[in-house]
Design a protein around this ligand. Sequence first.
Ligand SMILES: [Zn+2]
Length: 50
Amino acid sequence: MTNIKEPIAVCPSCEKVIWSGARVWRKGDELYCHSKCLVASFSKEKAVAQ
Ligand SMILES: [Zn+2]
């Protein structure tokens, strides 16, 4: 059996490669590698907006 993993995205927060089959957190079109990265993206947006 082959289990080929392919990079599907790069986490916009930490720039880590996200592989197919990995757990991801989605926000709109963006995929994050970890819930912390997703949360970090929200706090960044807040910082920009204020
Ligand atoms: Zn990340």
